[in-house]
Design a protein around this ligand. Structure first.
Ligand code: TYD
Ligand code: MG
Length: 451
């Protein structure tokens, strides 16, 4: 019986120490060390064929252009950089209930490949029930395995020879070669490491589902993010319809990509034209609504910003924003007071990004200011008018990046006027059906809009 060796691991970053520490020297986290049993890692769980790797001349390596496998999901293909790369390890993180399992099951049901979907969280019956709800399910070559033991999973994978492996979730897996519990940093790191070997040796792409902690980072292991090729974040408000799939790391493509889904009663639906759903359709214009032309990744979205300004019922006026940074809102309100003379001190102000989307793009500033003013004076902004500019502390209307994409998206959606900064020179191409109005100061924009 070999003597068991234990070590202490930081559950936040994976730092290993021989003794317990109160504060992690690597990530400065307090009270994050947990004792775990370690076994020398000569027992490799995944034993593939092929001997020791030897150095290869770079010119001799073939297949510099990898053939990607289409996932039959336009949004997923987009965030992966154009399809699934053979032998890649992809991590999908997100809060509970956001739809990670649904997304993965939908992928398993839709790709024309032999897929092994391993769930450590749900039984086969539960998965079958879920699959029954998904409308877009088209094929049968999907194998379900309810298992948490890594060695068992590899045995089944060896027998089945899948072309795509999905693990839901990495935190439920355990390997016998470690004695620590499922979800501990040692287990997660070991299992992910073995799955990485599996992916690289067999060229089978592997998708891992990962949970997110309350603080919003991938549960436990930063190490996990270093290991995998691609990290996708599935986010959104689980009570709202829309879900965003963002790339935060990608060895095979850009990280500026964004996929948009809608959660329906029949699974996730890809949203190919987000602007149309994010702008509500209404009969007559109402006050307090401004449309901002934002850019997320390389994708332009027109987002409806709603503001409600009313006399405060209680002593301290409220300032509430949903989907928009509260501090930024306070700053914009201060600029409005100081530079345009609006009296906002005794008003309750609510600002809301329609559709439950979170916007960090400073280009919505102008739309927020205009929406607030529109609500305060109860004058609606003309239909088919949108805005794309940052607002500075001096009340200046500042230039934003990707102005060409913003203008063409607005034009595509039938907007007739866009307000931008005077300092946005070089518009990539000449707009045809949209009027571009350029201003330097906030009062000039207001003057032009409301006369
Ligand atoms: P799930 O995919 O299990 O989320 P995760 O794996 O990230 O924890 O579930 C997402 C939620 O979506 C769940 O609360 C139920 C709901 N849902 C639908 O609204 N429609 C559907 O067709 C399905 C399958 C789930
Ligand atoms: Mg799940």
């Amino acid at each position: 019986m070999p003597k068991t060796k234990t070590s202490f691991f930081c559950q936040n970053c994976g730092y290993e120490s021989a003794k317990w520490l109160g504060k992690c020297p690597a990530c400065q986290q307090w009270n994050s060390f947990v004792e775990e049993v370690v076994v020398k890692e000569d027992k490799k769980t995944w034993q593939g064929e092929g001997g020791k790797p030897a150095p290869v001349l770079i010119e001799a390596i073939e297949g510099a252009r990898v053939k990607r496998l289409p996932s039959h999901d336009t949004e997923l293909d987009r965030v992966l950089g154009g399809g699934i790369v053979p032998g890649s390890l992809v991590l999908i993180g997100g809060e509970p209930g956001i739809g990670k399992s649904t997304l993965m099951l939908q992928l398993a049901l839709n790709v024309p490949m032999k897929v092994l979907y391993v769930s450590g969280e749900e039984s086969e019956q539960q998965i079958k029930l879920r699959a029954g709800r998904i409308a877009s399910a088209t094929k049968e070559n999907t194998w379900i395995l309810s298992e948490t033991d890594l060695e068992q999973i590899f045995q089944q994978a060896k027998a089945l020879q899948p072309e795509l492996l999905i693990i839901d979730s990495i935190q439920t897996l355990t390997s016998k070669s470690l004695e620590s519990v499922a979800g501990s940093i040692g287990q997660v790191r070991h299992c992910a490491g073995q799955l990485l070997r599996y992916a690289k040796q067999t060229r089978v792409p592997v998708f891992l589902v990962g949970h997110i902690t309350k603080e919003g980072s991938l549960a436990g292991p930063k190490v996990l993010e270093h290991m995998v090729d691609t990290v996708l974040q599935f986010e959104g408000d689980s009570r709202m319809m829309y879900r965003l799939l963002r790339t935060t790391k990608n060895r095979f493509g850009s990280t500026a990509e964004l996929g948009i889904y809608e959660m329906t009663g029949k699974g996730l639906r890809t949203v190919n034209n987000p602007s149309e759903v994010l702008i509500s359709q209404r009969e007559a214009p109402v006050s307090g609504v401004g449309i901002g032309a934002t850019v997320e990744g390389n994708r332009s979205l027109l987002i409806e910003i709603q503001a409600l300004v009313g006399a405060a019922a209680y002593g301290t006026p409220q300032r509430t924003s949903t989907g928009f940074d509260g501090r930024r809102l306070n700053m914009l309100l201060a600029v409005l007071e100081k530079r345009t003379g609006l009296k906002l001190g005794s008003q309750d102000i609510f600002v809301n990004m329609a559709g439950g989307i979170r916007v960090d793009d400073p280009a919505v500033d102008l739309a927020v200011c205009v929406a607030v003013l529109s609500s305060l004076h109860d004058i609606s902004i003309p239909d088919k008018v949108c805005f794309a500019a940052e607002v500075g502390l001096g009340g200046e209307v500042r230039a934003v990046n990707h102005i060409g994409i913003r203008i063409s998206e607005a034009e595509k959606l039938g907007f007739t006027t866009i307000y931008i900064s005077k300092y946005n020179k070089n518009l990539d191409r000449k707009p045809v059906s949209i009027k571009v109005k350029q201003f330097a100061l906030l009062p000039e924009v207001f003057g032009d809009l409301f006369g």
